[in-house]
Write a protein that binds this ligand. Structure first.
Ligand code: NDP
Ligand code: 2IT
Length: 445
């Protein structure tokens, strides 16, 4: 590793010893960026990397709310505003019991590079809470969201910081958050994306991450003379990203044979029936296990990690960080899987990524492969500014173009740095250079 990069990395580890997810993301990014610093020694004098790895600010706050029994509950809220060199902070809010500062920092850091790759004017940020929406009533979720926004509204705005959904945050939560923002500020503005279609949302935002993932996968496969046609596809998760990835993979000719949630996975050799998954997950907020009870011939297995033992050609991890570990990677290689494209953020551990790449599996990291969601969020911001709405086809066509462009950018950056087909290197370098140029132009800030 370049000596300057190594020194900054050592400092980062010493200062944040408990932040294991953040350090994991930083390891991948800094290793990939090392050759950029060999080429640009002038970056050291201006402390570019020290500034790049330190968030602009971290906001942490108490979120008190009253449950249905009248008992006061307290959660912790976060917003990490990581970097706004190329546009207002932009990134989702995650509600999950595993949320802590390390998780939000890793997500915010990745978001800076991802948002740059979209080619749109958006900086990077992320937020959320350790609140668990599972098993909560609509009223409890509403009271939580109102309390969360009562603090967060001070730090966000359409030109300042624009949150959106992530794990545990969908249309319901965005609605409650938006209602409270509007009530407190009196502003009807595009402060959040993923809004409902009658109040400023964009068509195709719901589908965007999953569709975009398949457009990216397709672009990458095409380069290698491959396609989805007739291929077995495994999609982990069964939330927003997973459902629309499975839908587009099927439309492109793939056979999606397995999906999961945090409890286990289902296999359906005839191809997953997405109408059943949507009914269970989007309407009933139920468990994937139900699928096997409703669809003849389908089976359910406890434990979400087992999904990688299902034989496939293409794997699309779309659940959460570190869901695909070395054992999973070995199982995929053994079953001759040839492509892994990340719908989730950092779903593959560092060891698993290395193993897949060393065994010739084409691997596209989340910051490039799942950028379609935030790209359409940025298109939602554009539509809000214009005060009009585009058709589904118009947004989908733009999304398709953006994903094709990201593939070209990461492919050529990898080539330029002598690592053709290493899309981890390509994505990090291509995403970084644009942000770095803006930071240089803005001086020491
Ligand atoms: P959802 O909440 O809609 O779905 C999450 C899915 O992942 C569920 O099936 C959930 O299962 C599973 N999951 C969550 N946590 C765990 C865990 N600890 N172990 C195993 N499974 C888990 O979220 P999204 O679909 O929106 O997000 C999925 C991933 O995609 C995340 O990494 C997110 O950061 C990323 N992403 C999302 C974007 C978006 O636009 N929504 C954009 C880009 C990336 P269960 O129901 O059992 O919890
Ligand atoms: O990880 C992500 O890119 C998201 N959760 C979407 C962020 C957004 O602002 O749409």
């Amino acid at each position: 590793m370049n000596a300057y990069v190594q020194r900054v990395f050592d400092g980062l580890k010493a200062r944040n010893p408990q932040e294991k997810e953040f350090l994991q993301a930083a390891t991948e990014v800094l290793e990939a960026l090392s050759p950029v610093f060999d080429k640009h020694p002038e970056y050291e004098k201006i402390g570019l990397l020290e500034r790049f790895v330190e968030p602009d600010r971290i906001i942490m706050f108490r979120v008190p709310w009253v449950d249905d029994q009248g008992q006061v509950q307290v959660n912790r809220g976060f917003r990490v505003q990581f970097n706004n060199a190329i546009g207002p902070y932009k990134g989702g809010l995650r509600l999950h019991p595993s949320v802590n500062l390390s998780v939000i920092k890793f997500l915010g850091f990745e978001q800076v590079l991802k948002n740059s790759l979209t080619g749109l004017p958006i900086g990077g940020g992320k937020g959320g809470s350790d609140f668990d929406p599972k098993g909560k009533s609509d009223n409890e979720v509403m009271r939580f969201c109102q309390s969360f926004m009562t603090e967060l509204f001070k730090y966000v705005g359409k030109d300042e910081d624009v949150p959106a959904g992530d794990i545990g945050v969908g249309a319901r939560e965005i609605g409650y958050l938006y209602g409270q923002y509007k009530r407190i500020t009196g502003l009807y503005e595009g402060v959040l994306t993923g809004k409902g279609l009658t109040w400023g949302g964009s068509l195709a935002r719901k589908e965007a991450t999953g569709f975009g993932l398949c457009y990216m996968t397709n672009a990458m496969l095409r380069k290698h003379g491959l396609s989805f046609e007739g291929k077995r596809v495994v999609v982990s998760g069964s939330g927003n990203v997973a459902i629309y990835a499975a839908q587009k993979a099927t439309e492109l000719g793939g056979l999606v044979v397995a999906m999961s949630d945090s409890n286990g996975y289902v296999v359906d050799e005839k191809g997953i029936d997405l109408a059943v998954v949507k009914q269970i997950k989007e309407v009933e907020r139920g468990r994937i296990k139900e699928y096997a009870a409703r669809v003849p011939g389908a089976s359910y297995t406890e434990g979400f990690r087992g999904i990688w033992t299902v034989k496939c050609d293409i794997a699309l991890p779309c659940a959460t960080q570190n869901e695909l570990d070395l054992d999973g990677a070995k199982a995929l290689v053994a079953s001759k899987c040839f492509a892994v494209c990340e719908g989730a953020n950092m779903p593959t551990t560092l060891e698993a990524t290395q193993y897949l790449q060393q065994n010739g599996v084409y691997f596209v990291p989340g910051k490039a492969a799942n950028a379609g969601g935030v790209a359409v969020s940025a298109l939602e911001m554009s539509q809000n500014s214009l005060r009009l709405s585009w058709t589904f086809e118009e947004v989908d066509t733009r999304l398709h173009g953006i994903m094709e462009n990201i593939f070209k950018a990461i492919d050529s950056a990898a080539k330029e740095y002598g690592q053709e087909d290493n899309y981890v290197t390509g994505a990090n370098i291509a995403g970084f250079l644009k942000v770095a140029n803006a930071m240089v132009a803005h001086g020491c800030v």
